[in-house]
Design a protein around this ligand. Structure first.
Ligand code: XMP
Length: 324
């Protein structure tokens, strides 16, 4: 709409004035905030923006391809796509404690990003998709000493040691304003209204030790669940829209099954879908049995290696949304 159009013009002018003709680096995750920040800064300074997308091997099915397709092919941005899968997998080998896994994933991300940033000698700025609620939250975290349930990590958490000036063009915006801005900048609706995805990615959805094999099975199972949620409607809305977050969890547990006239002994996955307004508390979603049934049949038929699907009916509290 035109109000957002005016906002875009003002924001573009502000960015141009702030950075002049200096180069800017941005860590792109494919999430809403970093994507909108990238699109806005690109509108302002074009090729002076260089996006760095780190594939940690813990992303959803085809996510890397989608990011390259949207930002490089369609929007014409300069994008460095780093496939760091092996590095993350090596660092995670043999580690099964949830907090240890989170710390490793966060640390490796910083290292990979720092390496890439170090190669871009011209860059003077680091852009981040920090939004207003993040600003409030980190101010609160300094004064309150909250019990840490999970050490959160996202692309915003880069250290000062990069010696770059910070560019945070979304600092004053709420999430819904960020979404409207993203749409005004021409980002795809699916990207703007995608469910949140945690920084450690599938690393916290594969319980215990992370392995290539588990990540591959989980990606395929999860893609089926999401497709069924998107294609099943209730009163004009898809179940994807009717849930706040939905995903599949890999359980490193084998159980016995039967297929044709043979016995199987394969892995279990759990489906998780919640409704919430703030992610601090959440209800499990009362998905239709038909949708759950179809998803289960498809996963078991299409993903060899998984022979059992369960549905998580735990609220938060006492459970959390992610399993780790
Ligand atoms: P929990 O599992 O604590 O999750 O109920 C609440 C929300 O936070 C997301 N989450 C994360 N997001 N980095 C993130 O950016 C993280 O490390 C992280 N851990 C959990 C989770 O997906 C849910 O939306």
């Amino acid at each position: 709409n035109w109000v957002m159009g005016d906002y875009v013009e003002e924001a573009v002018a502000r960015i141009r004035e702030q950075v002049g003709d200096e180069e800017v680096i941005l860590g792109l995750s494919g999430g809403v905030d970093s994507s909108v920040a990238a699109a806005l800064i690109h509108r302002a300074i074009g090729d002076k923006l260089i996006c760095v997308f780190v594939d940690n091997g813990l992303l959803r099915l085809d996510e890397g391809k989608q990011v390259v397709n949207t930002f490089q092919t369609h929007m014409g941005m300069k994008l460095i796509h780093v496939d760091a899968t092996e590095r993350f997998m090596t660092a995670l080998a043999g580690v099964s404690d949830p907090e240890a896994k989170r710390k490793i994933i966060g640390r490796e991300f910083v290292h990979v990003f720092q390496e890439e940033a170090g190669k871009l000698k011209q860059a003077k700025w680091l852009a981040q998709g920090t939004i207003y609620p993040d600003v409030i939250e980190s101010a609160g975290a300094k004064t309150k000493k909250a019990t840490t349930i999970k050490s959160h990590h996202n692309v915003g958490g880069l250290p000062d040691t990069l010696h770059l000036k910070l560019l945070e063009p979304l600092r004053e915006l709420f999430k819904d304003e960020v979404r409207a801005l993203g749409l005004a900048l021409g980002l795809p609706r699916d990207m703007i209204f995608r469910h949140p995805f945690p920084g450690p990615g599938l690393g916290v959805r594969i319980l215990g030790e992370v392995k290539h094999e588990y990540a591959d099975l989980l990606r395929r199972a999860d893609a089926i669940f999401i497709e069924e949620l998107r294609n099943t409607y209730h009163e004009g809305k898809s179940w994807y829209e009717l849930t706040s977050q939905a995903f599949t969890v890999f359980l490193p547990v084998k159980s016995v099954g039967v297929m044709g006239d043979g016995r199987t002994y394969e892995w279990v996955v759990s489906l998780r879908a919640v409704q919430t307004s703030d992610f601090m508390t959440a209800h499990w979603a009362h998905l239709p049995y038909e949708l759950l049934g179809r998803t289960s049949n498809r996963i078991i038929n299409e993903v060899r290696g998984i022979n059992r699907v369960v549905y998580d009916i735990s609220g938060k509290p006492p459970a959390t949304i992610e399993w780790e």
